[in-house]
Design a protein around this ligand. Structure first.
Ligand SMILES: [Zn+2]
Length: 419
């Protein structure tokens, strides 16, 4: 009898330890309590109604497009409250023009960053995962290519790999965001003038320590033919040679916030400075796309502390861009997101009608499928500068491209060779 009890207790202890170990090491297999969900038949009409735009008389010369990946209206609201309370004025709150954007991809309600950034860069709906190609995989021209022909200096900035979906959709044409070898090569062969972000590994072959499956050493080519920045100090000490395009590849993959990496604001400031030098060097104007890439990643993790830090960095960039545009009245600033990530909620924690006053914000996430996914909610857009008057009401994500085109008057700009 005593040995039976002994075995029973060993079995019990082992089971408890196994369960504890599973909870520790594999939270992804823990089944979350099922939330109420419902499926509704919808009519997925693929024709987008294009917003009617007002003719912009005073054209913009430059555009700064700031994308907070995964930044929904609740991320912006929760950031404001966490930063300084519900009455705090965040950088987002200072814009005179706001609107809402529908984010769906061509055949799915929930978009990914590739389809969404292609809508912004090229004005078309496409399939999730596609970069700069339509649903039939045909190449569509993007705004950086159009502007290059008009003598523009263009910049792409991200805290993810520079080959990641959002920046890539502004420069490459590929049927899969996962074709990183091809994306890095297309970026290298493109006319984009400044590329700043992570993802150095995708420019180096595997046998030289990188992640390229072919043997093309693009990093060596960059160092030979163009200007290469490998660290924050390279960025700070940079001397422009207008004949060389600039590649800042500050980390192996996405930024991990090391001292050798610049932050988003330093990269924006760098681009503004070099772009202005290029304009004095006979370029027409500049286009800068800067992405707070990791707001999305923290949303996937359902990590609000992480979202807050990423939003704080992104909001400093928003603030700087707005101040730049206020003192240079020729720049259109558009701040938006591609989709919401994680189903972030700001909830009450009581059914009481008149709860006690409290100074806590209760954050929760929609974890109905067990992981933070993208959601299909509309996302907000903020704008300032010439052409910002077309931002307003409910828009489609493809409208953003046409609003930028109208603001600059791209069709009427003369062809010009600057780079
Ligand atoms: Zn995502």
């Amino acid at each position: 009898m005593r040995s039976f009890l002994k075995y029973l207790s060993i079995i019990l202890i082992t089971s408890v330890l196994t369960i504890v170990a599973l909870i520790q090491i594999a939270p992804f297999i823990i089944v979350v309590p099922k939330k109420d969900t419902q499926e509704i038949e919808i009519n997925f009409d693929q024709n987008v109604t294009k917003k009617e735009l007002k003719a912009v008389d005073r054209k913009a010369k430059n555009i700064i497009l700031l994308i907070g990946d995964g930044m929904g209206i609740n991320q912006i609201t929760a950031y404001r409250i966490a930063k300084g309370g519900p009455n705090y004025t965040s950088a987002f709150d200072k814009f005179p023009h706001t609107g809402l954007i529908k984010t769906h991809a061509i055949n799915t309600l929930i978009t990914d960053s590739a389809a969404s950034a292609t809508a912004f860069s090229s004005g078309i709906k496409t399939v999730n995962g596609y970069l700069g190609v339509n649903k039939d995989k045909q190449v569509v021209k993007n705004i950086t290519e159009m502007l290059h022909e008009k003598g523009y200096v263009t910049s792409l900035i991200a805290t993810s790999e520079i080959t990641h979906a959002t920046p890539a959709a502004f420069v490459v044409h590929n049927e899969s965001r996962d074709n990183t070898d091809q994306i890095a090569e297309q970026l290298f062969r493109s006319n984009n003038f400044i590329s700043l972000g992570g993802g150095r590994d995708f420019f180096i072959p595997e046998d030289l320590g990188g992640q390229r499956e072919d043997d093309l050493d693009i990093l060596a080519l960059i160092k030979e033919e163009e200007a290469y920045l490998g660290s924050r100090s390279d960025l700070i000490n940079f001397q422009l040679d207008p004949s060389k395009r600039i590649f800042g590849l500050f980390s192996k993959e996405g930024f991990i916030r090391e001292e050798s990496e610049p932050d988003l604001l330093e990269m924006l400031d760098f681009s503004l400075e070099q772009s202005n030098k290029m304009i004095s060097n006979n370029c027409t104007g500049f286009f800068i796309m800067a992405e707070g890439s990791q707001i999305d990643w923290e949303g996937h993790e359902n990590n609000f502390d992480g979202v807050y830090k990423e939003m704080d960095e992104f909001s400093r960039v928003v603030d700087r861009a707005l101040k730049f545009a206020e003192s240079n009245q020729d720049t259109l600033v558009i701040v938006l997101s591609d989709h919401e990530t994680g189903g972030l909620l700001i909830e009450t924690d009581t059914w009481e009608r008149n709860p006690q006053p409290r100074n806590k914000m209760k954050i929760s996430w929609n974890t109905a499928v067990g992981l933070g996914t993208h959601t299909g909610t509309m996302i907000p857009v903020f704008a300032f500068g010439p052409g910002a008057e077309n931002i307003g009401g409910v828009m489609d994500n493809t409208d953003i491209f046409f609003i930028m085109e109208e603001a600059l008057g791209i069709d009427n700009l003369a062809e010009r060779k600057c780079l």
